[in-house]
Design a protein. Structure first.
Length: 170
């Protein structure tokens, strides 16, 4: 099984979401928030499609890649910069390195915040990504779905109805 940047992102957000997604239970198509995110992606930088290309690498799909300047552009709808976003982009950079493409950097773009965050692989990140991949494999290959973790953000998750159906709220 391919570990993708989406797996890395979900690893930081919610282990249950990671397990469900990796085991074929996909709820994103039912989420208005996911639809809003796609709309932000499609409308925020409308001229990008002509200048940059979407890249598929190692099972992951990168929003936009500028091959001349070696810059990954990852667009996020979120109103908060999350560690999950940073590690997702670090994973992309690592994938490029594995393909022999050095010197790639990432730009996390938050159009709703009008902010951009530069992301690079730092010392120790490659080893941490290997550890994350092993931890992800262990989680997704488990027969048991991780317990839900009550969090403030659960209400906006595409898996919310699935996780809370038939269970008492804590």
């Amino acid at each position: 099984m391919y570990i993708t940047a989406t797996h890395v992102n979900y690893y930081y957000i919610c282990l249950r979401k990671l397990w469900l997604f990796a085991n074929g239970i996909n709820m994103e198509h039912t989420s208005d928030i996911v639809t809003e995110g796609k709309l932000v992606h499609e409308t925020s930088y409308s001229n990008r499609a002509a200048r940059y290309e979407e890249v598929r690498i190692g099972g992951s799909v990168i929003d936009f890649y500028d091959p001349r300047d070696r810059v990954i552009h990852e667009i996020k709808k979120s109103s908060a910069k999350e560690e999950a976003h940073i590690w997702q982009v670090k994973y992309y950079i690592n994938l490029f390195e594995k393909e022999g493409i050095e010197g790639v950097i990432g730009l996390l773009e938050y159009p709703l915040l009008r902010e951009t965050l530069r992301v690079e692989l730092e010392e120790g990140d490659r080893e941490r990504l290997r550890e994350i991949e092993m931890e992800i494999l262990k989680i997704i290959e488990s027969e048991n779905c991780p317990e839900r973790i009550p969090k403030r953000k659960c209400g906006s998750c595409s898996y919310y109805e699935f996780c809370y159906a038939g269970e008492e709220e804590i």
